[in-house]
Design a binder for this molecule. Structure first.
Ligand SMILES: [Zn+2]
Ligand SMILES: [Zn+2]
Length: 368
């Protein structure tokens, strides 16, 4: 039976040397194109993508706010099936279902060996898919450093259960981890978009006793409660700083998580923080960021400000899948829409305009 499958695959491949992919052609220009299916070099793998999604970062790329080179296939959240393995990749078989993180560290450089996988080879260096190499919004994807980045998916987990672990869940949960959140800590999470919702889930997983989420959208507020928020404050109605201080007996929270990337939310995160507390920043800032002196106690408040880029690599993916498998993390409520790759441009508009209560859109490339 195995040999029959092996005999069929190369024959099929000969007839399918091209694939559909979403190609960035310049600001506000993304096009579905027919491009060659990649072939793996030594240490690489090619997966057939079975599910992917669109990230807020992709919207920044589309608008030209984050520069990538025209001609690049974008997207960085892949689930798929190993289609071809390059020489030197061991412990995997063609046909294995795998999750690949948005961050694909080499596992060998001094940054990786220090444990800073996201900064592999230099600042933001671990983020390759849809940034410096072709990404996941395609039928096939070349995975670099495959040995360090292919995480096998247990057969009892669906693609939908794991796809968000590639990026937003890994990133969101990392806010509480990087802050070294202690059990019983109080936490405020600014903004409940996809990453903020996962940050809320992460604060709960780490044992926070009080999670205050800040969000004005009623649907997102509802999902925030499902992900673990005790209270959701609508910043359009209440003074968030005053109310958070009141909820913490005027002490301030132990950890404030910034999950939007604006001066205003960054500043408010600092204003709700207790002396010696940690501001854990996940946002991507596109303007100059300044620190107000008073809530920063003029630099003498022992505040810690930390930033985290999505942690990647296969071990990270395996750990996150264990949480899903044991019922401690369910991200399916965030997958609000599902579209085929052919309709991905409409999905970008829906996601970008935040229409129809969208949180994340699952994208299914066509089956070969
Ligand atoms: Zn992303
Ligand atoms: Zn590295």
């Amino acid at each position: 039976m195995v040999s029959t499958v092996q005999a069929v695959v190369p024959k099929k491949r000969a007839f399918h040397s091209t694939m559909k992919a979403l190609v960035f052609r310049g600001p506000n220009q993304i096009v579905i194109e027919e491009v060659p299916i990649p072939r793996p070099g030594p240490g690489e793998a090619v997966i057939r993508v079975t599910l992917t999604t669109i990230c807020g970062t992709d919207l920044h790329i589309l608008k030209g706010e984050y520069p990538v080179k025209p001609g690049l296939i974008i997207g960085h959240e892949p689930v798929g099936i190993i289609h071809e393995l390059g020489i030197g990749v061991t412990g995997y078989e063609v046909g294995d279902r795998v999750l690949v993180g948005a961050i694909t560290p080499c596992g060998q450089c001094s940054d990786c060996l220090r444990g800073d996988l996201a900064q592999c080879g230099g600042p933001i260096g671990g983020w390759r898919f849809g940034n410096t190499i072709n990404g996941a919004q395609a039928e096939y994807l070349l995975v670099p450093y495959a040995q360090a980045n292919l995480a096998k998916i247990p057969s009892d987990l669906s693609d939908e259960q794991v796809v968000l672990l590639a990026d937003i869940a890994s990133t969101g949960i990392s806010a509480a981890e990087s802050a070294d959140l202690q059990i019983g800590d109080s936490v405020a999470v600014f903004a409940q978009g996809p990453i903020g919702l996962c940050a809320t889930a992460g604060a709960k997983l780490k044992g926070a006793s009080l999670i205050i989420a800040i969000e004005s959208d009623p649907f997102r507020a509802q999902v925030a409660k499902r992900m673990g928020a005790d209270i959701v404050l609508n910043h359009e109605i209440v003074d968030v700083v005053e109310e958070t201080r009141r909820l913490t007996n005027d002490r301030g929270v132990d950890v404030a998580i910034e999950a939007l990337g604006t001066q205003h939310t960054f500043e408010n995160a600092l204003r709700v923080l207790r002396a010696g507390g940690t501001l854990s920043s996940l946002g991507v800032y596109s303007e100059k960021l300044s620190i107000p002196l008073e809530p920063f106690a003029a630099g003498l408040g022992n505040h810690k400000i930390i930033t985290t880029l999505c942690p990647g690599g296969k071990q990270r993916m395996e750990r996150l899948m264990k949480l899903v498998r044991r019922g401690r993390l369910d991200l399916r409520p965030l997958l609000t829409h599902k579209v085929p790759l052919d309709c991905i441009r409409e999905a970008y508009r829906l996601f970008g305009d935040r229409r129809d209560n969208v949180i994340k859109v699952a994208v299914t490339p066509g089956v070969v």
